[in-house]
Design a protein around this ligand. Structure first.
Ligand code: CP
Ligand code: NVA
Length: 303
């Protein structure tokens, strides 16, 4: 039985996550073969965004079009979540008009509050703590590149941020070894680490060369997440030794898969040369956002 919401990776068992990935891969193949069932006709998805987005917004909206439903994008100025009216009131109104809610928020508690009060499924489209849909699309990509990700090592070079946390959580559930290489002060937080399941193989280090040496997958994300713009100068200074570039990649395996969730800041977390050399994987990741979202919407909204 599928949970009502998709907010945190660790709300789901390994079996459930594996089944979701399986289903997303299968639905992608069906889509590519032109077999698309419009199973969400007359369904409406509300998309509440407190932050900008390209991939997440477009993938959910396109997925609803593919499935025969409709999506309504609600920009920050439209509803003033928590300002014009309380989050729990927005949840109860949208729950009476729409069949599902996608929310991109600053505080993670906001998406959790929406889920608690909305009678319809709520999907986390990124919060300051988590980006579960991204992690799922990324694992689809790893699966397509390397087969079953179990037993593989994923080295995340950069900030212990929302993307890193969701990838670490999903790695724990899928028997993937996860290593974060970051400057001091940017580690995965103690509360997150304490909440990982006992089977987790998650390590944090400050040496990017050591982290990538045995990695099957080398992953990076921006050093300055949305909402951290005031810290840009300091972060760029402190992360300088954690750039994905030719020298760092030479310390890794020749066949390592290099990934980025996008948007990419060339010359910061990745050089243009390294980015372009691995662009095919990176844009496959982006494309898989659409396929995972479509499978997720089918699973949550279809009943
Ligand atoms: N990767 C990702 O979530 O991109 P957007 O911020 O453009 O949605
Ligand atoms: N860590 C980034 C991810 C963007 C998709 C951010 O939160 O801005």
């Amino acid at each position: 039985m599928m949970a009502k919401d998709f907010v945190n990776i660790l709300d789901f068992t390994s079996e459930a996550l594996r089944a979701m990935l399986e289903r997303a891969v299968e639905r992608k193949a069906a889509f590519e073969a032109g077999q698309l069932e419009p199973c969400l006709q007359r369904r409406t998805l509300a998309m509440v965004f407190e932050k900008p987005s390209l991939r997440t917004r477009v993938s959910f909206e396109a997925a609803m079009t593919h499935l025969g439903g409709h999506a309504i994008y609600l920009a920050p100025a439209d509803i003033g979540l928590g300002q014009r009216e309380p989050v729990r009131d927005v949840a109860r109104v949208l729950g009476r008009m729409c069949d599902g809610i996608v929310a991109r928020t600053f505080a993670h508690e906001t998406v959790e509050e929406l889920a608690r009060h909305a009678p319809v499924p709520v999907i986390n489209a990124l919060s300051d703590r988590a980006h579960p849909c991204q992690a799922m699309a990324d694992m689809m990509t790893i699966r397509q590149r390397l087969g079953d990700p179990a037993g593989r090592t994923l080295a995340f070079v950069g900030d212990g941020n929302n993307v890193a946390r969701s990838l670490a959580a999903l790695s724990a559930r899928l028997s993937v070894r996860f290593v974060l290489a970051c400057p001091a002060g940017y580690e995965l937080d103690a509360e997150f680490l304490a909440g990982l399941p006992p089977e987790a193989n998650v390590a944090v280090c400050h040496d990017p060369r050591a982290a990538v040496a045995e990695a099957d997958v080398i992953y990076t994300d921006t050093w300055v997440s949305m909402g951290q713009e005031d810290e840009k100068a300091r972060r760029r200074r402190e992360f300088a030794a954690f750039q994905i570039n030719a020298k760092l990649l030479a310390a890794g395996r020749d066949d390592a898969v290099v990934m980025h969730c996008l948007p990419a800041y060339r010359g910061c977390e990745i050089t243009d040369e390294a980015f372009e050399a691995h662009a095919e994987t990176v844009f496959e990741q982006a494309g898989n956002r659409l396929h995972f979202q479509r499978a997720l919407l089918e699973m949550l909204l279809r009943s």
